[in-house]
Every structure is written in structure tokens, then in C-alpha cells.
Write a protein that binds this ligand. Structure first.
Ligand SMILES: *Cc1c(COP(=O)(O)O)cnc(C)c1O
Length: 399
């Protein structure tokens, strides 16, 4: 066994910047430092570059460049999308919003804020397979529904949602449809027109671009409300001098991801499934979320009788960077709201492990992960009182 292996398997948390993205960023930092609002040449060159980036980003999701607003990332895009749809709703006397129980906190916490402002929120269940049922979205739509927001792919369990069907339902009922596509952009083919998407959020650092930059797509005719008041940048919808190096680096990363998407996804899926097969051999374990309808790089398991956090730390010692849905370090004893939403009980949800593999993952790395996870799970169960009770029959196995 190669004990010196280093495997980054937390690409859902963030990704390494691509070489093209880093090079582009440095170029704009070193050479093109003009302010796009300035009228002299280096300012106008920056402006032109920015508009090229807007066109490049728009092309990847089949949007019009004027429908792309650059933001500081996915969270800002989510916040602005929800605030904007809520403002439109308020003007029309529509104060009901539909979302799901397993959204990112950028959505869930924005919804909490809107609730305090008088909006009513329906959170749909996501069922055991981690997928929203379109007919349940339709059934939840009321006369006063102003927005449906359902994520494109879940950041913890990787399940891909029936966005096209939900989009068609929303269009038929004349309700704005937003999707948090932060995990999907650059990884899955997206066509906002064909999929009837009115608003979409994306973040560069999830597709090998820099942190602190992202974009919001808003279909022509969907009026945006500012989060940041200031100058006339971004058609007056977001004040502040544009993050030119970050935006250019984002566009470079996205173009590259889009160009290699099919090849990368095929490779990742093959190794994802090898990893799933290998980990399924661990007794009393279960894959979280549908096995097929999931992101090419996402593997998420629950192992009975262990703490996800201990597992993480021991894997870190073996050179594997992974993540867990258990959040004890953040001061909360609650396990992942996503795992609870798909019906995992607390004890089981605490023993979760998320591995999100990159495009350059190798078979050798996958096998190294399988061996080490088997090893560490067995080791941890060896002195777990929860596991002892499960094995003695004092408490029944669930998985
Ligand atoms: C990462 C992530 C976000 C937040 O994006 P930032 O750019 O980090 O603010 C929002 N939604 C989902 C689904 C994410 O995975």
C-alpha cells in the first residue's frame, strides 16, 4: 500500500484552480488592472474583457450575455435571486414560496429571513432517493405562489433534480423558477432555455475557478433587486468595481470545464461507481441518494456505529481529504439536514462520509480510498459502544 498518497476528495467543498484559470487571473492582476468604468484605453480594455467573459459564461448555459450578473459567489447569487423574486411577488400580492428541505443554507437561511418579512414558505420533502417529485411541486403551487426554488444537484448527496420537469410546471403556472446550480455548472450540461429556468446561481470555485466570484443568471424580464447599492456596474444591479481578475479566471475555468465535460464525467462516473461498489462491501453501510441520478463525482455513505468526524480525522492522517455530514465541530450536535431530509435517523446520519472525486482521479487512488476506509471503519467500530450494542442485538441494526 502506498502510504504517501495524497488524495483530495472534497471537490464539493471547493476545487483546485485550473492552470488556465490561475494564468488568466495573474495576467489580469499584472497587466489589465484598469477600472472597467474608466474611459481611457486600459479601462475600456478591461471593460471589453469583462463583456467577453460575460458572453463566454452565458454561452455555457445558453443564456444571453445581458442575462448574466457577476456576483461574489454562489451565496450572493442565491440571496439576490430569492430577494428579487420575493420583491416581484410582494408587488403582485403573492407571498408564497416553494422550496425543498435539503437546499444549501444560502437558500434556507434566505427563506427564513423572508418568512420573518411575511412570506409563507413550503418546504417539499425529498424522499429516500434524494430526489424531488415534480408532481409534488405542482400540487404545492397556489394562486399566491411567487417562486419555486429547487437546487439542480445537492451538494452533500449529489442527487440531480428533475429541473426540466419542474421548470415546465412553473412556466405553465406562471411562477418564477430559480435553481441553485452551484454544484452542477461546469459538471452537467445546462440549457436555461430548454429547461425553463428563470434564475440560476453558480460559483467559480466549484468548477476550478477562484473563490469569491460567481454569477446569477436572470431571464430577461425578471427584474432584479440590488443587494449592494452603489455605482452603475452590472446594469445598476450590483454596485462596486468589478472583480476583473476573478471574473476572467472564472470564465477561463468554465470554458475549460465545459469543453471537457463529457470526457471528464464519463471517467468520474466509472471511478465513482468503483468506489461505491468497494464501500458497499463494508457491512451495515449504505449509499445516500440515488445511485444513478447523481453527480459524476459524488459518493456519500453512512456507516453504522461510527462518528463521521472521527472517520474524517483518521482518513486525513492517511492523506485523504473528505467530508462528513456530522457537524459537531461547528458547535451543533445536529447531523446534516440533508441526511435527515432523506430519512436517515440521527445515529446513522452521524456516521456519514462524503467523497467528491475530481476529474483527474485514478483507479489506484480509488482503491487506496476503499482499503483505508474499510480499515478505519473496522478500527473505529472496535471501540464504539454504539457498535457493541448493535452487534450484541441490544439495539437493532438499521442498515
Ligand atoms: C458552495 C455552494 C454554495 C455557496 O457558494 P459560495 O460561492 O461558496 O458562496 C451554494 N449552494 C451550493 C449548492 C453550494 O454547493
Amino acid at each position: 500500500m502506498n502510504t504517501s498518497m495524497k488524495i483530495y476528495a472534497d471537490n464539493a467543498a471547493t476545487t483546485k484552480m485550473s492552470e488556465a484559470s490561475v494564468r488568466t487571473m495573474l495576467y489580469y492582476m499584472e497587466n489589465q488592472y484598469g477600472n472597467p468604468s474608466s474611459l481611457y484605453t486600459i479601462g475600456q480594455e478591461a471593460k471589453e474583457a469583462l463583456e467577453q467573459a460575460r458572453a463566454d459564461v452565458a454561452a455555457v448555459i445558453n443564456a444571453d450575455p445581458r442575462e448574466i450578473l457577476f456576483t461574489s459567489g454562489g451565496s450572493e447569487a442565491d440571496n439576490q435571486a430569492l430577494l428579487s423574486a420575493a420583491e416581484i411577488g410582494r408587488k403582485n400580492g403573492k407571498m408564497h414560496i416553494i422550496s425543498t428541505a435539503f437546499e444549501h443554507h444560502a437558500i434556507l437561511h434566505s427563506l427564513k429571513r423572508l418568512e420573518k418579512q411575511g412570506f409563507e414558505v413550503t418546504l417539499l420533502p425529498v424522499h429516500e432517493d434524494g430526489i424531488v417529485i415534480p408532481s409534488e411541486v405542482e400540487a404545492a403551487i397556489r394562486e399566491d405562489t411567487c417562486l419555486v426554488t429547487v437546487m439542480y444537484a445537492n451538494n452533500e448527496i449529489g442527487t440531480i433534480q428533475p429541473v426540466r420537469e419542474i421548470g415546465a410546471i412553473c412556466r405553465a403556472h406562471n411562477v418564477i423558477f430559480h435553481t441553485d446550480a452551484v454544484q452542477a455548472v461546469g459538471h452537467l450540461p445546462i440549457d436555461v432555455k430548454e429547461e425553463n429556468i428563470d434564475m440560476l446561481s453558480a460559483s467559480a470555485h466549484k468548477f476550478h475557478g477562484p473563490k469569491g466570484v460567481g454569477f446569477l443568471y436572470a431571464r430577461k424580464g425578471v427584474l432584479l433587486t440590488n443587494l449592494i447599492e452603489g455605482g452603475a456596474q452590472e446594469r445598476g444591479k450590483r454596485g462596486g468595481t468589478e472583480n476583473v481578475p476573478g471574473i476572467m479566471a472564472m470564465a477561463a475555468a468554465l470554458k475549460e470545464s465545459a469543453a471537457n465535460m463529457d470526457r471528464d464525467a464519463a471517467h468520474q462516473k466509472e471511478l465513482r461507481d468503483r468506489l461505491i461498489r468497494g464501500l458497499s462491501a463494508i457491512p451495515h453501510s449504505a449509499l445516500n441518494g440515488d445511485a444513478q441520478q447523481r453527480l459524476p463525482g459524488n459518493v456519500n455513505f453512512c456507516f453504522e456505529g461510527i462518528e463521521g468526524e472521527s472517520l474524517l480525522l483518521l482518513l486525513d492522517d492517511r492523506g485523504i481529504s473528505a467530508s462528513s455530514g456530522s457537524a459537531c465541530t461547528s458547535g451543533s450536535l445536529d447531523p446534516s439536514h440533508v441526511l435527515l431530509a432523506i430519512g436517515r435517523v440521527h445515529d446513522v446520519a452521524h456516521g456519514s462520509l462524503r467523497l467528491t472525486i475530481g476529474e483527474d482521479i485514478t483507479e489506484e487512488e480509488v482503491d487506496y480510498m476503499i482499503e483505508n476506509i474499510k480499515d478505519v471503519v473496522t478500527y473505529l467500530r472496535g471501540f464504539s459502544p454504539v457498535w457493541r450494542d448493535l452487534e450484541s442485538g441490544k439495539t437493532p441494526h438499521i442498515l
